[in-house]
Design a protein. Structure first.
Length: 278
């Protein structure tokens, strides 16, 4: 059984790929430019652009299951190509935003929901992964950490940030055994940890002091705009972060229920990523 891992260069995609390879599965890895992919021995590489379904036929040839990134443009073409190829199960990296009570007003939720709905309507099985915050978001602190500081809005915001390897383990388990078909899985790390505590853990793991400097929401929005985020997104994200100063983000036990192991802590994530902050 061949599994296609889209976005194999991505943090989560790579973790899915590694978990499947460790389990001895037959895996094909895709990127928009396969030449840039560095994959383990024995893994086939293929170029595929989810926004351009004409590139998907060869990527999906002989594939039974797919790990899919959310890409609204081209999702209908993906569904057709996957059906034609005889795909039986797609595991989608979606977002916890679609499960939030006010998700109808959320641009982030709407983007993901279009893809979720296309897969739910498709003739093959789907499993939706709906994680909250990623621990990898703190990689955005690298430039500031090089200066000995963590600059963040709402430093006392508490999130149950999830390790990409836990997402990889969950996706791989489901891709291998075909379980959880038709389900939406709300995924998180093991406990809420504030940004201030994340900074302290990173300081401890990196062995150097890190000062926390609070950004105003306006300063944070300016930084996001400079990174090219569409203008309506920063206010939505900042509102969500502000909410978690009052009530921590949802923590679930789903990683353990699916994989049998407890989700990795933020400290474990920091130890795994020490070199990224060198
Ligand atoms: N950050 C969070 O807290 C959070 C929380 C919940 C959900 N999410 C969701 O998680 C996803 C990000 O995951 P990540 O951190 O693993 O991302 P990442 O490291 O930035 O990787 C993104 C991957 O998407 C692939 N990609 C981009 N456009 C593509 C296209 N048109 N066709 C095929 N592949 C394409 C890229 O592959 P190539 O460049 O090699 O083609 C890359 O491998 C987003 O969908 C986000 O909404 C994030």
């Amino acid at each position: 059984m061949t599994t296609l891992v889209t976005g194999a260069s991505g943090h989560v995609g790579r973790a899915v790929l590694d978990a499947l390879v460790a389990a001895g599965q037959d895996v094909r890895a895709s990127s928009r430019d396969a030449a840039t992919l560095d994959v383990p021995d024995g893994v086939a590489k293929v170029s595929a652009d989810l926004e351009d379904p004409s590139t998907l036929e060869s990527a999906l040839d002989g594939v039974e299951s797919v790990f899919l990134y959310t890409q609204r443009q081209g999702i209908d073409g993906f569904v057709k190509a996957a059906e034609a190829a005889g795909v039986r199960h797609v595991v989608l990296l979606s977002s916890g935003a679609t499960l939030e009570p006010k998700s109808a007003r959320s641009r982030i939720a709407r983007l993901h929901r279009v893809v979720e709905e296309a897969l739910i309507a498709a003739p093959f099985a789907e499993t939706l992964l709906n994680p909250g915050s990623f621990a990898t978001n703190t990689l955005g602190w690298r430039a500031d950490i090089a200066e000995g500081v963590v600059r963040t809005p709402y430093p006392d915001s508490r999130v149950g940030a999830i390790h990409e390897r836990d997402l990889g383990d969950v996706a791989a388990k489901i891709l291998i055994d075909g379980s959880h078909a038709g389900e939406a899985l709300q995924l998180s790390g093991p406990e809420p940890v504030s940004f201030r505590e994340q900074a302290a853990i990173l300081a401890d793991v990196l062995g150097r002091p890190l000062r926390v400097e609070e950004l105003t929401p306006e300063q944070a929005a300016e930084r996001m705009a400079a990174l090219g985020w569409p203008p309506e997104v920063p206010p939505e994200i900042l509102r969500a972060i502000e909410r978690t100063t009052r009530e921590p983000s949802m923590v679930t036990d789903v990683v353990r229920e699916v994989t049998g192991h407890t989700p990795r802590t933020f400290r474990q994530w920091a130890e795994d990523h020490r070199a990224d902050f060198a």
